[in-house]
Design a protein around this ligand. Structure first.
Ligand code: GYE
Length: 338
């Protein structure tokens, strides 16, 4: 992009940022400075449609993108979709209109992206899917995916539980009863964390899933769902499998208000690995935390640079992730950063 065009692009994108809800931009507030429009830089321009700010995971992910963009000399224009697909589609359309070099988006749900991705393809703008995947017939409509393997996260949760079951069954009980708090309906982590877990648990007759309810990845809804579950299944829940830490934290509050000891009376399995969940794991109030890393910024910027400069790149890549359990020594674990 020529310099004059780039200056113009930044003026326009700054204006668009003000119009689009919750836009943070690369000119993130820093100590001692006032809120600014995106800074002009010589490198690439990336339009990033973030899906929202529903959890510490999400905030960590946005921060990771902003930090990495700065380090790579990339101008990042961030739009916060505020949990609405239509906002994300509008943001992507504005990135196409202003001809950014690359579009990155974290799709809130799997379906409904075909038209806007076709528009990006027609405009010749590469699109990187980050964090979540989509369900689309023509996979050529996006350039690459970078993010966790959510199916594997569900499998890891189930494997931990199968190990824990040996201990739980020792008291002669017939079944281990599970309540499941799932994430946003129609989102890929919700679908795959459910599937990975159920593919192992449903064919193991030691277990019975009492109910799966959606807490939308929100702490407040995690609270609400747990209140309802405890009313509906008093003294019956042996295990809580929660698709993210935010909902887990809400559910734990409710258990404790009701005199239930999380981690002992109810086995708790959570996904993400926020510092708050790791702290509870160390205290014995959570039993297992499946890691899902939001620190994707550096890898996304590398990928964008490779795509634009015509270098080889992996079409699908996953970060290395682990599973923290009550059986591990976590004393040397570094601060999580989210
Ligand atoms: O687990 C949750 C967030 O898409 C993997 O979204 C992400 C999920 C994450 O709100 O905390």
């Amino acid at each position: 992009m020529r310099r004059v065009e780039r200056s113009l692009l930044f003026c326009i994108l700054a204006a668009v940022c003000l119009l689009l809800s919750g836009c943070t931009g690369a000119g993130k507030k820093e100590e001692g400075s006032t809120e600014q429009a995106p800074q002009e830089q010589a490198g690439l321009v990336i339009g990033f449609s973030q899906l929202g700010s529903e959890s510490a995971w999400r905030l960590g992910n946005t921060a990771s993108m902003e930090r990495a963009a700065k380090e790579h000399g990339i101008s990042l224009v961030v739009d916060n979709g505020m949990q609405k697909q239509e906002n994300q589609i509008a943001a992507i359309r504005s990135f196409i209109a202003y001809r950014v070099d690359v579009i990155v988006f974290a799709p809130i749900v799997e379906d409904g992206w075909t038209n806007v991705l076709q528009e990006a393809k027609d405009a010749g703008i590469p699109v990187i899917m980050m964090d979540r995947v989509i369900n689309i017939k023509d996979s050529d409509l996006y350039t690459a995916y970078i993010g966790p393997d959510h199916y594997l996260e569900g499998v890891k949760a189930a494997k931990y539980l199968q190990k824990k079951a040996e201990e739980l069954m020792a008291d002669g009980r017939e079944k281990i009863r599970i309540a499941e708090l799932s994430g946003t309906e129609g989102s890929s982590p919700m679908i795959s964390r459910y599937q990975g877990f159920h593919d192992l648990i449903d064919r193991d007759d030691r277990f019975e899933v009492l109910e799966t309810v959606s807490g939308d990845f929100l702490r407040s809804k995690g609270r609400e769902c747990m209140q309802n579950l405890l009313k509906k299944y008093p003294d019956q829940i042996d295990v809580l499998y929660s698709h993210n830490d935010a909902m887990t934290l809400g559910a734990i509050e409710v258990m404790e208000e009701n005199g239930i000891r999380p981690g002992e009376d109810i086995v708790i399995i959570s996904v993400d690995g926020e510092q708050a969940a790791i702290d509870l794991l160390k205290e014995g109030r959570i039993n297992c935390v499946v890691e899902c890393s939001p620190m994707l910024g550096d890898a996304v910027m590398d990928l964008a640079e490779r795509i634009v400069s015509g270098k080889d790149y992996s079409r699908v890549s996953h970060p290395d992730e682990v599973c923290f359990t009550e059986y591990d020594d976590l004393s040397g674990l570094e601060p999580r950063g989210y």
